[in-house]
Design a protein around this ligand. Structure first.
Ligand SMILES: [Zn+2]
Length: 233
C-alpha cells in the first residue's frame, strides 16, 4: 500500500505554504507540489525563495505542473474540448519549459489539470510533451498513468451544512475505506485554507498514524519508478 499527498495552486511562497511544508518535512514525509507556471515570474524574489525551500528540503518535495495559468475558459475547465489544440499545446509547453528552467531536476513531468478537467482530444499533447502521468479525479480514465486522488482533507459536515477540515479520526476512516479497493491512495489539499496552526493538526496526526502503520508515503516519481519494474495497479 502506498499513499501520496498533493498540494495544489502553488504560485508563491506564502506563510500558509511554509507552514504546510513544515509539517511534512518535520514528519519526514514527501509532499507533491503542483505549481501554476503562468502565475510565477521567472526572476521574481517570491519564486526564488520558494526554490530555496525546495532545494533545502528536496528529499520531501517534488514539483509538478498545474495547468498553465488556471484560467477558467469554461466552467471549472482550463482545457475544455472547445479550445484550439494549438493554443493548449502552446500554453502547456511554455508552462513546462518555465518549470524546467526554474526548478531543474526538482520538476518531474506529471500534469495536474485544474479542477481535474482536460478535454480528451488534448491528451496526446501531454504524451507528446513527455508527461509520464496525469493526476486527476478518481475514475477518470486516460491513456497515461493516472495518479488519482481520492479525497481532499476536508469533509462535508451535515450539521454545519458546509465543508470543514476532517478530524484525524475521519481521515483514518476515509483511508481505511479507500484502501479496500486500491493499492494507491491519494489525498489532495490547498495550502491557502490552512490559515491557523490548529488547522494543520489533523494532517500531522494522520501522517503519524500512517507512519505507525508502516504505510509507504511517496512522491509521484516514486510511483512511476516502481511501475517500471512491476505492474502493480
Ligand atoms: Zn487548482
Amino acid at each position: 500500500m502506498i499513499v501520496y499527498f498533493r498540494n495544489d495552486d502553488v504560485d508563491k511562497l506564502t506563510p500558509e505554504l511554509i507552514n504546510l511544508i513544515s509539517v511534512f518535512v518535520k514528519e519526514q514525509v514527501p509532499l507533491n507540489l503542483e505549481i501554476i507556471p503562468g502565475r510565477i515570474g521567472i526572476g521574481s524574489t517570491l519564486i526564488n525563495n520558494l526554490k530555496k525551500v525546495i532545494v533545502k528540503n528536496s528529499d520531501y518535495l517534488e514539483i509538478h505542473q498545474h495547468g498553465f495559468n488556471h484560467f477558467e475558459y469554461e466552467s471549472y475547465n482550463e482545457f475544455p474540448e472547445s479550445r484550439d489544440s494549438l493554443c493548449v499545446e502552446k500554453d502547456i509547453k511554455i508552462g513546462k519549459e518555465l518549470l524546467e528552467k526554474k526548478f531543474g531536476g526538482f520538476f518531474y513531468p506529471v500534469f495536474t489539470p485544474p479542477w481535474h478537467q482536460v478535454g480528451t482530444k488534448h491528451i496526446p499533447i501531454l504524451k507528446k510533451m513527455g508527461f509520464k502521468a496525469i493526476s486527476a479525479g478518481f475514475n477518470l480514465k486516460y491513456d497515461l498513468l493516472d495518479l488519482s486522488v481520492h479525497s481532499d482533507l476536508s469533509t462535508f459536515d451535515k450539521k454545519l451544512n458546509k465543508s470543514r477540515f476532517a478530524t484525524v479520526q475521519e481521515l483514518i476512516e476515509k483511508y481505511n475505506n479507500f484502501k479496500k479497493n486500491t493499492t494507491k491512495v491519494g489525498f489532495y489539499m490547498h495550502h491557502r485554507f490552512f490559515t491557523t496552526k490548529e488547522s494543520l493538526e489533523p494532517i500531522r496526526d494522520f501522517l503519524k498514524y500512517l507512519k505507525r502503520e508502516n504505510v509507504k508515503i511517496v512522491k509521484f516519481s516514486d510511483v512511476l519508478n516502481e511501475n517500471r519494474f512491476c505492474n502493480t495497479s
